[in-house]
Design a protein around this ligand. Structure first.
Ligand SMILES: Nc1ncnc2c1ncn2[C@@H]1O[C@H](COP(=O)(O)OP(=O)(O)OP(=O)(O)O)[C@@H](O)[C@H]1O
Ligand SMILES: Nc1ncnc2c1ncn2[C@@H]1O[C@H](COP(=O)(O)OP(=O)(O)OP(=O)(O)O)[C@@H](O)[C@H]1O
Ligand SMILES: [Mg+2]
Ligand SMILES: [Mg+2]
Lengths: 164, 160, 164, 160
């Protein structure tokens, strides 16, 4: 039982480190027991070193660096424990457009084996989406679906490149 | 296997029935603040048998049935239907859940009435169970970021 | 002393309600003592009713509605307690583009009496900015300023309108 | 009265001196994640006499001096200079603070060495004191949103 968790955790640790370095285009990160002497009871913590920077606890990174580190962990969960679909609700809120590009490039690569449904306000995120549902609500408090032209959103993405 | 269709009727702000069809790849849901996007995520949790009102951002079970506005009367029940595509020659799986204001929930798989336990069983083999991180709520990333060591351990134990 | 707080609080309450209704283009909101019997010790809570919806505690609103409600409170603080400048760091993260438009329209109206320095990743926010400083960091870990062409950012704002 | 200029040297990631000039209206600061934008806000808190390392997202006072990278050596001190425009015929006010790794802080107003108390006094009349909400940190909106009744009271007492 404990051995099982240790095996799963080891798989998770290596997936996380690999995905972090991929998303940050460099750097390293570790997911580790806070107390390796006590694997049964120990907490777990994230430390990360974006390229060119010092290794620090996740709490000392910038807002967007924290988000990208947490997203790396999320993608590691998905890799070791695949599910038929994955729904993500506004996880790009703290990211700049170039980090959204890196994140969506990664999703694009794993789209064969993974279905994603992404809720977002960020235009740059939409560039990898094959279908876009619009939701709207009038003053009557009822949600309705509206057709969304992918071209409205992707002709000029936030980064200023034409992507349609 | 992928989420092919989602039908929502009477659930939270979806007073009128809506039907979404997704591609096996990547789809997006967009719209103004408060329009109902996160409610769609709650609807998926609901149909998969979610028992905790908290994870659907509600206090009581009947909070998730359309509560009415000054123009439209409240609904007596809500129903969500999810269609999972078939895999390796398997046929589609149609899961639905109907919740009445009385508190009673009705579950169906491919039209046949089943118990909550059968819904959860049916998912164990698909990887859609409580484990894994197939649904990230709004603010879910922030929760990972601010999690202390014990909390992060709990997250890892559940997801890994 | 207590009377002084009650006066200030009354000013804040009315500023907050007015600004909320302005930012939401309707609806109402209240900033109130949780225990009006005990003004000295009572906590304070926010309830809000976006147009067409029911009155609820701030914790029950959508992500962006919560942010707009908190922003209304922030703007009320600024109104009753003006400062030479106001620095806001990524407060638009949860807002959709149309809410960013409403928020920036309000800032635009009060810009005569208030200086704002806004940190943002959202193009739509930039439309009211007269000057844009870019910050960048190479792999050497040193922050540098870069010149930013306002036109790079404002020709096609996120909402797809030309605003330059 | 408005923030006219800000000079940052050796503070956090600003190893090389930078100078920003703002308009009386609305300016923006943009750039990639981790590039140093929020550090600019920390620099302004610093020069206004901030004593709490926590509000500058640091543990120890010397955390806010450029700590060096494998390519560049750490700095021995940091200095931030803020120029407030004059109001009603008043002349500009130049405030600066220099912090040495020893922990010693030097404060100046218009070139004259003063004590921290004088800096704080000098602001009381400008409205830049601890009261008011002239600086909203990253996540500050989320803090208001999730504040319980006692916490919200504390926020209101400080800002109103
Ligand atoms: N039982 C219910 N009956 C009617 N309306 C409801 C019910 N429950 C929630 N709502 C409404 O649903 C809306 C919230 O929707 P939701 O959280 O999905 O918004 P959202 O599109 O995700 O917005 P954001 O972009 O701000 O996150 C609220 O306006 C709320 O009033
Ligand atoms: N004393 C220091 N010496 C050198 N670098 C430092 C020091 N303190 C912080 N930094 C660096 O500053 C960077 C963080 O900058 P900051 O928080 O301003 O980013 P940001 O531009 O606001 O990013 P985001 O958009 O993600 O919020 C980190 O990479 C950190 O390594
Ligand atoms: Mg939402
Ligand atoms: Mg920042």
């Amino acid at each position: 039982m404990e051995e099982r968790f240790s095996e799963r955790f080891a798989l998770l640790q290596s997936a996380f480190s690999r995905i972090f370095t991929r998303l940050f285009e460099g750097g390293t990160a570790r997911l580790a027991y806070t107390n390796p002497e006590d694997i049964l009871g120990s907490g777990i913590e994230l430390t990360a070193q974006p390229p060119g920077k010092n290794l620090r606890h996740i709490s000392l990174l910038s807002g967007g660096e924290k988000a990208m580190t947490a997203i790396s962990l999320l993608l590691a969960f998905i890799q070791i424990n695949p599910a038929p679909f994955c729904i993500i609700d506004e996880i790009d809120a703290a990211l700049d457009d170039s980090n959204i590009m890196r994140f969506t490039n990664y999703l694009d690569e794993i789209r064969e084996e993974n279905q994603f449904i992404i809720i977002t306000h960020r235009k740059t995120t939409l560039r990898i989406c094959e279908r876009i549902y619009g939701v709207s609500m009038n003053r009557d408090g009822i949600s309705r679906l509206v057709a969304v032209e992918v071209s409205d959103y992707t002709e000029e993405s936030e980064s200023g490149q034409t992507t349609a | 296997m992928y989420l092919k269709k989602l039908g929502i009727n009477g659930f939270k702000s979806f007073a009128s029935p809506v039907q979404l069809e997704f591609t096996p790849g990547i789809s997006a849901i967009v719209g103004p603040n408060g329009s109902g996007k996160s409610n769609i995520t709650d609807a998926i949790r609901f149909v998969l048998g979610e028992q905790s009102t908290k994870s659907m951002r509600s206090h009581r079970m009947d909070d998730i049935i359309f509560s009415g506005t000054d123009k439209v009367r409240q609904k007596g029940a809500c129903e969500v239907t999810l269609v999972l595509s078939g895999e390796d020659g398997e046929s589609e799986r149609v899961i639905s859940r109907k919740l009445f204001r009385t508190g009673e929930s009705q579950y169906r798989i491919n039209g046949r009435t089943v118990r909550l336990r059968d819904i959860q069983e049916s998912f164990r083999d698909t990887g859609l169970g409580k484990n894994g991180y197939s649904m990230v709520s709004q603010g879910g990333i922030e929760s990972i970021v601010s999690a202390g060591p014990a909390e992060l351990r709990a997250i890892v134990e559940e997801a890994a």
